[in-house]
Ligand binder design. Structure first.
Ligand code: LHQ
Length: 260
């Protein structure tokens, strides 16, 4: 029986998605690309899921596109491959109105840098690294890497990473603002659990709407963002969690959010 390229499990409101081709450093073949897209869809649809964790099996997060498989696709146009695969996944992740925690357990290279940086909270193991590997094989950044790196690390380091393809260590990634926290490898799981439990017991609708505002704020002029905030505040203001949050504050107790 062939192993599943993507593992999916749900526990205590958290869906864990594991890229699972460890012998190939979780390089994305077609099955893994489809599997990740499917898992994201499933998590988006399931009301019991209020936070996601994305990680890799074994010693890598992911080495990006499976170059061996891609080479066998002879006449495949790269842009079409991207549109139907990685581009769709990045759009799904950014559009998913639930928090995604990236548990960056090891190296993230090429397209996987885009996938790692498209998560909302990134916790890196000290063994993680980021390699904008495209240039090493004579390609340009794809999978949103140019957009994400430039916004998160700033133009100076982003361009350096993209034109040299040099690995960036977890600690440098923290300094550059690519990750939220770096922990020893042995502490990664526990730290990610704390984050995911905290986010899964939050006001899920407000977190999802905040992601929408965040996406907008990265690009739009202030006047447009002010209007968007006001519009989405009407939506958040109508949730049960908002009513509960205010009530809990007034009663000087911890809020019990339900994600509604
Ligand atoms: C791999 C891969 C891999 C296959 C390790 N593929 N087998 C989009 C659209 C279309 C075309 C192209 O690209 C894209 C987007 C992209 O993602 S382009 C960038 C693709 N990724 C890379 O160029 C990274 C390639 N990998 C590496 O540079 C190294 O493997 C890194 C630096 C990630 C890790 O190095 P090591 O720790 O020394 O491990 P390793 O190289 O020995 O890899 C272990 C195994 O994994 C090995 O297989 P083997 O059967 O020999 O044990 C590698 O061949 C395999 N592997 N990455 N992307």
């Amino acid at each position: 029986m062939s192993q599943e390229a993507v593992l999916y499990s749900v526990k205590d409101g958290v869906a864990t998605i594991t890229l699972n081709r460890p012998q190939k450093l979780n390089a994305f073949d077609s099955a893994m690309t489809q599997g990740l897209s499917q898992a994201l869809k499933q998590a988006a649809r399931d009301d019991a899921v209020r936070a996601l964790v994305l990680t890799g099996a074994g010693r890598a997060f992911s080495a990006g596109q499976d170059l061996a498989e891609f080479q066998t696709k002879g006449d495949l146009v790269i842009s079409e491959h991207l549109r139907h695969g990685f581009n769709r996944i990045i759009a799904q992740m950014r559009g998913l109105e639930k928090p995604i925690i990236g548990a960056i357990n090891g190296v993230a290279a090429g397209a996987a840098v885009g996938i790692a940086l498209a998560t909302d909270i990134r916790i890196a193991s000290e063994e993680a690294s980021f390699i904008s590997a495209f240039i090493r094989i004579g390609l340009v950044p794809d999978t949103g890497v140019s957009w994400l790196l430039t916004r998160l690390a700033g133009p100076t380091k982003a361009l350096e990473m993209m034109i040299t393809g040099e690995p960036v260590s977890a600690h440098t990634a923290l300094e550059l603002g690519l990750v939220n926290q770096v922990v020893p490898a042995l502490d990664l799981e526990a730290t990610v659990n704390e984050w995911s439990q905290r986010l899964a017991s939050g006001p899920t609708r407000a977190i999802g709407l905040t992601k929408r505002i965040f996406n907008k704020a990265l690009d739009a002029p202030l006047a447009e963002v002010l209007e968007y905030e006001a519009m989405l505040q009407d939506v958040a203001g109508a949730t049960e969690d908002h009513a509960e949050g205010v009530q809990a504050f007034l009663e000087k107790r911890e809020a019990q959010f339900k994600g509604r």
